[in-house]
Design a binder for this molecule. Structure first.
Ligand code: RB5
Length: 152
């Protein structure tokens, strides 16, 4: 069985998400869509939270979140434990986000990149594995313990 991808966007990401979703469906990907479902203005934290939780609790395996810039969705997604959301504007960032950071959410800006670039970024993100190098495992592990590190 394939992976389940959580999709989340606000009105600023809606058009690009439509294109991304079309591509994912046409390539046989299994998606769980958390909205939004129109251009009508909405609040990105409200959309991001349930989608991020679905990844954290294992309902979904990974996520693609889109808002106007990608910034709000990134901030919101990264509030959820277990989420490593990476805002990517090109394929190099998407590759590094998976390979070095083991990112489990790809974030893009619907007002920042075109749909062709977005589809390439999505494909890179989904097809790149975590490097599993010791130094990257250690650093990703530290992300779960940032409070401990801060307190010394
Ligand atoms: C909505 O206008 C816009 O602020 C939102 O999509 C996003 O870019 C926020 O970070």
């Amino acid at each position: 069985m394939g992976i389940i991808i959580a999709l989340a966007c606000d009105h600023g990401g809606f058009s690009l998400m439509e294109e991304v979703k079309k591509h994912l469906i046409s390539t046989g990907k299994d998606c769980k869509d958390f909205g939004t479902f129109s251009q009508e203005s909405c609040d990105y934290p409200v959309i991001a939270a349930p989608a991020a939780h679905a990844i954290n609790d294992g309902t979904c395996d990974t996520g693609i979140f889109i808002c106007g810039t990608g910034i709000g969705m990134s901030i919101a997604a990264n509030k959820t434990p277990g989420i490593r959301a990476a805002l990517c504007t090109d394929c190099y960032m998407a590759e590094m986000a998976r390979s070095h950071n083991d990112a489990n959410v790809l974030v893009m800006g619907g007002r920042v990149i075109d749909s062709k670039s977005a589809v390439e970024i999505v494909e890179t993100f989904l097809s790149t594995d975590f490097s599993n190098e010791e130094k990257h495992r250690r650093r990703v592990g530290m992300l779960n313990d940032l409070d401990v590190i801060r307190k010394g």
